[in-house]
Design a protein around this ligand. Structure first.
Ligand code: THU
Length: 139
């Protein structure tokens, strides 16, 4: 991926932190999902008083995109930290990895874990979900 695109995604993900609704954990997460055609879908985490309905930033971005007709994705960028202070890389939770597995090629889908434009790393879904179970197992 081009450096310019990565920087754009990091900026967009960081901007999502203001929308993150986290009265319970105060842990703010922002994500931006890039389609193969180059369109961006943003997401933030949205917590709930009943706790389990909480939606992660990554899934917010995926569900927004899928509900708009998208199904082909190239990359996602994720930033997060307590009170929105970014100090370390935040990797997607297991449920979000499984949602990615549904729509993305694990060997190709790029996950950008970022703090800022200078500090980020790119991993594939396969690296963080080895032996994943996906649609191919059912067809
Ligand atoms: N969270 C995300 O949004 N994405 C992740 O990858 C990890 C966790 C959210 C869920 C919850 O609102 C808060 O972070 C603490 O778990």
């Amino acid at each position: 991926m081009e450096k310019q695109t990565i920087e754009t995604m990091i900026n967009l993900a960081r901007k999502q932190l203001v929308f993150s609704y986290t009265p319970y954990s105060e842990f703010k997460v922002g994500a931006v999902l890039k389609t193969k055609e180059g369109k961006f879908y943003t997401g933030c985490n949205i917590e709930n008083a009943a706790y389990t309905p909480t939606n992660c930033a990554e899934r917010t971005a995926f569900f927004k995109a899928i509900s708009e007709g998208e199904q082909e994705f190239e990359a996602i960028c994720i930033v997060g930290g307590k009170k929105g202070i970014l100090t370390e890389y935040i990797a997607p939770c297991g449920v979000c990895r499984q949602v990615m597995m549904e729509f993305c090629n694990p060997e190709k889908f790029q996950i950008i874990l970022a703090i800022n434009k200078e500090r980020y790393k790119i991993i594939t879904l396969k690296e963080i979900l080895p032996l994943g179970f996906g649609p191919a197992n059912l067809f």
